[in-house]
Design a binder for this molecule. Structure first.
Ligand code: SAM
Length: 289
């Protein structure tokens, strides 16, 4: 079998139904898993890596498809790891027991987690997004920074937003760095990819409020009535902000007032400030305090 075939077949070389022990960094399965740090190989196989036992358990509970479970020797005999391994095998996935060195190589970390899962990527089509009620969605124009995207996915999850729409040439939501920054929210937050033209055409049929954020926005973000309608929050690219075509498709262009020397806020921070304002009335502490 050629290396090319390996990639098409995916990281599924261990025989289902048993745990395969792998000790060498040069083992082809390990090479295949290490290649998943690169977008091209993630996309070829349609998979991504998620680190940590809790994350893997949450992902399985949410119905994500696991292809391979990798755990280091430290996980041997751990009843939770064994349960996850059994669930993986029951779903037709492979289980690998490896050295900590191999987990470190796969995840490119010095102190790796005990468990890593290889999951199938999942994106929703834009046509499936039909906002109703007072739902909130986040649309990101050409987001570049993996840490920003991960933080935004986590924050959107925390405020109960319904999906993230990635417009244009965005950083990969399934990169190691982004998935890490989501702290598991990548499994809870539907993700959509769209070109700018697709988003603009979808937007024409959207009946709610599209709020863009812009450093030249004329409206204080706290003065906009967000309640009782679906809201799309549209955020600009880190370097360039929102281009004119997207800005002019907004019902409102909001600005977060600033003081001091900074020209602008970090994209993820600005998104967080906006989301908590939009969801101000909807979010309550337990017990309604
Ligand atoms: N140089 C860019 C510009 O001129 O727009 C700066 C972009 S800023 C780092 C990235 C995004 O965060 C902006 O496009 C906007 O969506 C949002 N943002 C940052 N600070 C903001 C503020 N004070 N008010 C509204 N949006 C802001």
């Amino acid at each position: 079998m050629t290396r090319h075939d390996d990639h098409h077949r995916g990281v599924g070389l261990a025989r289902p139904g048993k745990v395969k022990e792998v000790t060498s960094l040069t083992n082809p399965i390990v090479k295949d898993l290490r290649s998943l740090a690169i977008k091209k190989f993630r996309d070829q196989q349609g998979v991504f890596l998620a680190e940590g036992l809790k994350l893997v358990i949450d992902a399985l509970d949410l119905g994500w498809t696991i292809k391979t479970l990798v755990y280091s020797k430290a996980g041997k005999g751990n009843s939770l790891v064994e349960q996850v391994a059994a669930r993986t095998i029951a779903k037709g996935g492979d289980v690998l027991e490896v050295s900590e060195k191999i987990v470190a190589a796969i995840t490119r970390r010095d102190n790796p987690q005990m468990v890593v899962g290889v999951f199938e990527q999942k994106l929703q089509p834009l046509a499936a997004i039909r906002p109703t009620g007072n739902e909130v969605y986040v649309a990101l124009d050409r987001v570049r920074d993996p840490g920003n995207l991960g933080t935004i996915i986590r924050t959107a999850d925390a405020v109960g937003a319904k999906a993230i729409i990635l417009i244009g040439d965005a950083t990969d939501p399934f990169s190691l760095e982004t998935v890490r920054a989501t702290m598991g929210s990548v499994f809870a937050m539907p993700l959509v990819r769209a070109t700018e033209a697709e988003f603009l055409s979808w937007r024409k049929n959207f009946q709610g409020l599209v709020v863009g954020t812009h450093l030249k926005g004329a409206v204080d973000y706290r003065t906009i009535p967000y309640a009782n309608k679906p809201v799309i929050l549209l955020m600009g690219n880190e370097q360039q902000g929102l281009p004119d075509q997207l800005a002019s498709a907004c019902d409102k262009l909001a600005r977060i007032p600033q003081e001091g020397r900074a020209d602008s806020l970090n994209l993820a921070i600005a998104t967080g400030v906006m989301l908590f304002e939009i969801r101000r009335d909807a979010l309550k502490l337990d017990g309604g305090n």
